[in-house]
Design a binder for this molecule. Structure first.
Ligand code: B16
Ligand code: MG
Length: 216
């Protein structure tokens, strides 16, 4: 029987819906570039790094841009994203997530955050949860984006827990793949069909219960 000693959370889509702000900012950029970004197309940008998202967006709009121009566009989008995020309130954390993290800690589990977002530290500060985590890894601390396992392996290292004793919570397919490639267990948050490779899938993060740890 595997005994889980640490839980590692993704941020966007697992703890809070920052995806909506990413969408608003990408849509604004697409608008400036002269095309529309639909919610459906936006699905392709989720969970992917900032520059990769931009490349996908430019491809969608048939826009060709130099590296310097892409840098400028990514910065512009990030400026808007930051503006939206700054208006976020602590109550916007998904219901029950703070309680779940508290229960994990009360039961002796370590808790980490592993988000591809370079804005992750600011987001958890705005949600007043930065002191809940024993380790935080954000997009500025890694070279290889998910589905590469680097982000979760670094989190496990900082938590001082071997990967096989870690459980990851992820809403993106690339994130589930990264967790499994890291040799960890994974709870998918969202759609069963999309996250079928996860060891367990819940519709919402807080539907996971500590008693579920035994049958992973
Ligand atoms: P930033 P996560 C990811 O966060 C988002 O899901 C993804 O849509 C975004 O492009 C990426 O962070 C980079 O974000 O531009 O703020 O560095 O799901 O890994 O918490
Ligand atoms: Mg996510």
């Amino acid at each position: 029987m595997i005994l889980i000693k640490a839980c590692i959370f993704d941020l966007d889509g697992v703890i809070v819906d920052t995806a909506h702000y990413h969408f608003l900012a990408w849509r604004r950029l697409a608008g400036e570039l002269g095309f529309e970004l639909t919610p459906n197309d936006n699905e392709r940008l989720k969970g992917v790094s900032r520059m990769e998202s931009l490349n996908i967006l430019l491809q969608m709009g048939g826009v060709i841009a130099s590296e310097q121009e892409r840098e400028r566009l990514a910065n512009k989008k990030n400026g808007w994203f930051r503006e939206y995020v700054e208006q976020m309130l602590p109550e916007q954390i998904y219901p029950g997530v703070k309680q779940l993290i508290g229960d994990m800690k009360a039961n002796g589990l370590k808790v980490g955050l592993a988000s591809s977002s370079k804005n992750a530290k600011r987001v958890i500060q705005l949600l007043h949860i930065e002191s809940e985590f024993d380790a935080v890894v954000d997009g500025s601390m890694i070279v290889n984006a998910k589905p590469h396992p680097e982000i979760f392996l670094l989190a496990a290292d900082l938590l001082e827990v071997a990967p096989e004793y870690c459980l990851v919570f992820e809403d993106a397919e690339a994130g589930v793949e990264a967790a499994l490639r890291a040799g960890m267990k994974c709870v998918g948050v969202g759609n069963h069909r999309q996250l079928k490779n996860a060891n367990k899938v819940v519709a919402k993060t807080a539907q996971f219960q500590l008693s579920d740890l035994t049958d992973l």
